[in-house]
Design a binder for this molecule. Structure first.
Ligand SMILES: [Zn+2]
Length: 284
């Protein structure tokens, strides 16, 4: 799987790829596509519904002429047997890495197109161009690119190597996860980690280290995962974003998962991976 960005502005190549017998189309709506088992359900260009076409890339950087597309259209009211509409949230942990990437790409573009029909400079309509990777204002010709909103997510540990998990009031009872928050304008990622932990649980952290990232197109987040060290273990919760928080040893986490009092975030999330990484792997 290759994004083949150099082919996006080649309208003739893309038109030919749409007619290629090996090209595949994913219908996407509201960040969801049809999924059957552990696979995305692709269709052929000739069977695809009408809608905005998004060029996602190629299996071979364009060598064969085949391509992956998404089409923005309604999903069928009655999905074929064994298939169902699903988002990256639902199936990110079971899809292959390539298919998860294709669904993330398609969802992120679709969510952006739906939310940006008008020019932010003059308010006139915009139209998609460059294989669905930009929108162009019909009045002033200004070009607009898909936006990505950076969010930091951090596993904080103390001097006893305990992990800090918090509970948000909108979550089901027992659900706890790593702290997280959006990066503010003009802020570094490291500053955002320090600020968010301070605001939410009153802990001063240092030794902020980047781990990995994950696109989270609901509608346009990029989750940037960090670890951080707490200078003290005293908690002072903000009581609004975080209404419960505690430190867990690995044994305590094992016990609380076992008795049902702790429910970790979904497996597809980078939060789960951060916690599992600290735990040493093997969390369910
Ligand atoms: Zn404009």
């Amino acid at each position: 799987m290759n994004r083949s960005a150099h082919l996006r502005s080649d309208d003739a190549w893309i038109a030919a790829a749409w007619g290629h017998p090996s090209s595949k189309v994913l219908v996407v709506h509201d960040a969801r596509a049809l999924v059957g088992g552990e696979h995305l359900v692709w269709t052929s260009p000739s069977n695809a519904p009408d809608g905005e076409r998004l060029f996602l890339g190629t299996p071979d950087d364009g060598e064969s002429g085949a391509a992956y597309f998404a089409v923005m259209a309604d999903l069928p009211d009655e999905p074929p047997e064994g298939t169902q509409p699903a988002s990256l949230r639902d199936v990110g942990a079971v899809l292959s890495a390539d298919e998860a990437m294709l669904l993330a790409h398609a969802s992120a573009l679709e969510q952006w197109h739906v939310r940006h029909p008008r020019c932010p400079r003059c308010g006139a309509p915009t139209t998609a161009s460059v294989g669905g990777h930009i929108r162009v204002c019909v009045e002033d010709g200004s070009e607009h690119y898909p936006r990505t909103d950076p969010a930091v997510i951090m596993l904080v540990t103390d001097d006893a190597d305990r992990a800090l998990l918090g509970h948000q009031p909108s979550w089901p009872q027992g659900r706890m996860s790593t702290l997280a928050g959006y990066v503010e304008a003009g802020e570094t990622l490291e500053e955002a980690v320090v600020r968010e932990v301070g605001e939410e649980v009153g802990v001063v952290v240092d030794d902020v280290r980047y781990v990995e990232s994950q696109p989270w197109p609901f509608p346009s987040s990029l989750m940037l995962a960090f670890t951080a060290h707490a200078r003290s273990s005293d908690l002072a919760l903000d009581g609004v974003e975080i209404t419960d928080a505690r430190w867990f040893t690995r044994d305590e986490m094992t016990a609380c998962i076992g008795d049902g009092s702790l429910r970790l975030p979904m497996r597809a999330s980078v939060a789960f991976r951060l916690i599992n990484r600290w735990y040493g792997g093997g969390l369910g």
